[in-house]
Design a protein around this ligand. Structure first.
Ligand SMILES: [Zn+2]
Ligand SMILES: [Zn+2]
Length: 330
């Protein structure tokens, strides 16, 4: 439970106190380190587990491959993937292929990723094609993204996230006709955009923020802090400089959805005000963190010297000293 909410220290404490460590508890702790991007810790834990006489199962390899994927360890990933069957008699399942696809996607090897899907002895699911779609988004390969999205639509026509991602990619390069085409497809399926929200807990109460939200009782203070932080990290300059890396922000801005007031920033400011120094600010988000907010969160962690954890729909991002545990791929 602790590992799921991103509190690694608490998870480790619970694990260390367990008198009888069974396979499930080993798998859980390895996964806890994996989702936080601590690949080498996972490998150490895996050795300890095997040395204590536990036979790894499919879940163990999901944890290990996730660790490789999140930490971008391609060679280690292939080694674990190949050793599953060879050394432990575990057949790779769909989730193991998913991890390998994330790994290849992170390395920018989209062609190899596509080949792996085509070579799979299992029927690819929409999640599998979703990994290729995410990778294509990350590397701005719109042709590959359209191919992956096409496969997803044929398997899972009400995958809102996929429509949104594809539309955003077209928007980034100013292909507004394609944006409209994807939106129309969504409409035809009767789908609506999921509105983004971020949650932060304080004193046992959950505070919910939406994009551009001003409904919270302490909004005034939240926006004040956000304004100060934006200036501290030089956000205004960056936003108007037209740096190519920030293109998505610029195009989103043009569409009236400036990331400057995205929910995660509002929740973070609230957390920074309320949560005592030295304690981690923990945010939960229902959709994927956008690139612009990701880069802003890194800079906020640097200027405030605070540790901020954001669990989005895919991964936990641990922001500390201007860096993120996901290594900028999620
Ligand atoms: Zn954002
Ligand atoms: Zn991250």
């Amino acid at each position: 439970m602790y590992s799921k909410c991103g509190d690694l220290e608490a998870a480790r404490e619970v694990f260390d106190r367990l008198e009888l460590k069974d396979l499930v508890s080993w798998n859980t702790i390895i996964m806890a380190y994996a989702i936080c991007g601590f690949g080498s810790y996972c490998f150490g834990l895996f050795s300890d587990m095997v040395n204590e006489g536990h036979e790894p199962n499919g879940s163990t390899f999901v944890s290990l491959l996730s660790a490789c994927s999140i930490a971008g360890l391609l060679d280690d990933g292939w080694e674990f993937f190949n050793s599953m069957k060879r050394d432990y008699g575990v057949d790779p399942g769909i989730e193991h292929y998913g991890c390998m696809l994330d790994l290849l996607g992170r390395a920018g090897n989209l062609e190899r990723a596509k080949c792996l899907i085509e070579e799979m002895p299992l029927e690819p699911t929409s999640r599998i094609w979703g990994s290729l779609l995410s990778a294509s988004r990350h590397h701005r390969d719109i042709t590959m993204a359209a191919l992956a999205a096409d496969r997803i639509f044929s398997l899972d026509s009400d995958n809102t996230g996929c429509y949104v991602l594809l539309a955003d990619m077209y928007a980034e390069v100013g292909r507004w006709e394609d944006v409209q085409r994807v939106r129309n497809l969504m409409k035809k399926q009767g789908l609506k955009m999921t509105s983004s929200c971020s949650l932060v807990e304080h004193n046992g109460r959950t505070h919910n923020f939406k994009n551009h939200d001003k409904s919270h009782g302490e909004s005034y203070a939240v926006y004040e802090v956000l304004d100060i932080l934006s200036r501290m990290i030089g956000e205004d300059n960056l936003h108007s400089s037209g740096v190519s890396k920030l293109k998505p922000a610029v195009s989103l801005k043009a569409r009236g959805n400036s990331p400057v007031f995205h929910s995660v920033r509002l929740a973070t400011c609230f957390g920074l005000i309320k949560i005592a120094r030295g304690e981690t600010v923990l945010i939960r988000k229902n959709v994927r963190l956008c690139e612009d907010c990701h880069s802003t969160m890194k800079r906020i962690s640097l200027v405030t010297k605070r540790e901020i954890v954001v669990g989005d729909s895919k991964v936990f991002h641990h922001f500390k000293d201007g860096r993120c545990s996901c290594g900028d791929y999620w």
